[in-house]
Ligand binder design. Structure first.
Ligand SMILES: Cc1ncc(COP(=O)(O)O)c(C=O)c1O
Length: 387
């Protein structure tokens, strides 16, 4: 997604190509080390369940403080496995924001349960804890579904309000599964994502903060009891000998090549995360009062998967930025309850905050390889476009 910048904005001259996400610069930096890792896999030939999988799970557990980590085929698999392990299914209500990627709701429906969409907070763009409580109460009084689980999403890398959500989950006896697909590396009150909820799913899709060279994901647990069941479901529901089926499962495994890539990428992850955070700080500083950027809750430090902000004239701003050579993306133009696949579950009165944010939001380029000149240029271009 490269665009050539050859314009002059606010007196500044050419800043070269600006990428929305730059996987090319990143690969250049670690290419030879990745080649060595991939060569190792070719040499030992254990393409499935190779030593890289154990090493990755141990490294991720160490890094996050999680008691158990299971490497999976994708972020979607990482959401479905804990739901199946928990027996979430037909007749169960799972509370989820509609302002997320479709995979969050797909996982609920694939498990056989029913998504109950919850509105978001207008500042954090994450699930609104007071609306969550209202919708739990409404499901209970209607009596058709059994409230069973909550899946908050750490949108764009910013942790959801786990202190408030955990309290509700505890009081209502609901399973709390965090969708941390976009927030690996983020923290809340000094604790890493992977350790903010009893179970956390993350995605290593190539464009994520920590991305594989294909599909991959992981599940993190705060206890060791989940490990056996999750590992079994990931391997077609088999027993430890991987022979007899003891439960229903599927092929939810990560392959050794992806684990090899991720291990190498982890060696530069903190450096890249620090760079993304510096860029986000600069966007915050330069664009103060220009738009409404996503706010983090108190004590949270975002993983800066994306940098999104709201402006009233979003479509014209995005168009002008395109003309200025600044690539943008919109996450998400259509909230899930307004999509055909999920419209059966749309709340009667819609989700007013979600719908408003969806009409105003857009994301700026965000990756560790943006130069200070490019960040400056992007900010100038946004300021000019918003006027
Ligand atoms: C919020 C969210 N949940 C779930 C997923 C699914 O992850 P994957 O594409 O690895 O299956 C994604 C991926 O884009 C996501 O952004």
């Amino acid at each position: 997604m490269n665009s050539v910048v050859n314009l002059t904005i606010a007196g500044r001259t050419q800043v070269g190509d600006i990428s929305f996400i730059d996987l090319v610069a990143q690969q250049r930096r670690i290419r030879s080390a990745i080649e060595r890792r991939l060569q190792n896999v070719l040499d030992h030939g254990r393409y499935i369940a190779g030593p890289e999988i154990d090493e990755l799970e141990e490294t991720l557990a160490e890094r996050t403080g999680a008691r158990t980590v299971i490497a999976c085929a994708s972020g979607t698999a990482a959401l479905i496995i804990p739901l199946l392990a928990r027996g979430v299914g037909a007749g169960d209500a799972v509370f989820v924001p509609a302002f997320t990627y479709n995979a969050t709701a797909n996982a609920i429906l694939l498990a056989g349960a029913t998504p109950v969409f919850v509105d978001i907070d207008p500042e954090t763009f994450n699930i609104d804890a007071s609306d969550l409580q209202r919708r739990i109460d409404a499901v209970k009084s209607e009596g058709r579904l059994q409230p069973t689980a909550i899946i908050p999403v750490d949108l764009f890398g910013s942790p959801a309000d786990y202190p408030a959500i955990s309290e509700i989950a505890k009081a209502e006896d609901l399973f709390l599964l965090s969708d941390g697909a976009q927030s690996f590396g983020a923290e809340l009150n000094g604790q890493q994502v992977g350790n903010l909820a009893p179970a956390t799913a993350t995605s290593f899709f190539p464009g994520k903060g920590l991305g594989a060279y294909g599909d991959a994901g992981a599940i993190f647990s705060q206890n060791t009891l989940d490990r056996e069941r999750w590992a079994s479901i990931r391997w077609h529901g088999t027993d430890e000998a991987r022979k007899d089926s003891v439960r229903v499962g599927f092929n939810g495994r990560m392959d050794s090549f992806q684990a090899a890539v991720l291990l190498e990428k982890l060696s530069i992850f903190d450096d890249e995360l620090a760079a993304r955070r510096r860029i986000a700080d600069e966007y915050d500083r330069r664009l103060e009062g220009v738009g409404r950027p996503q706010a983090d809750i108190k004590g949270a430090v975002s993983g800066q998967g994306y940098y999104s902000l709201c402006v009233e004239n979003r479509d014209s701003v995005v168009q002008k930025l395109k003309q200025a050579g600044v690539p943008t993306a919109i996450y998400y133009t259509t909230p899930l309850h307004l999509m055909p696949a999920f419209s059966d579950y749309a709340p009667a009165n819609g989700l007013p905050v979600t719908e408003k944010v969806a009409s105003e939001i857009f994301a700026l380029p965000m990756h560790a390889y943006l130069t200070p000149q490019q960040v400056d240029y992007i900010c100038d271009a946004v300021i000019e476009a918003v006027q």
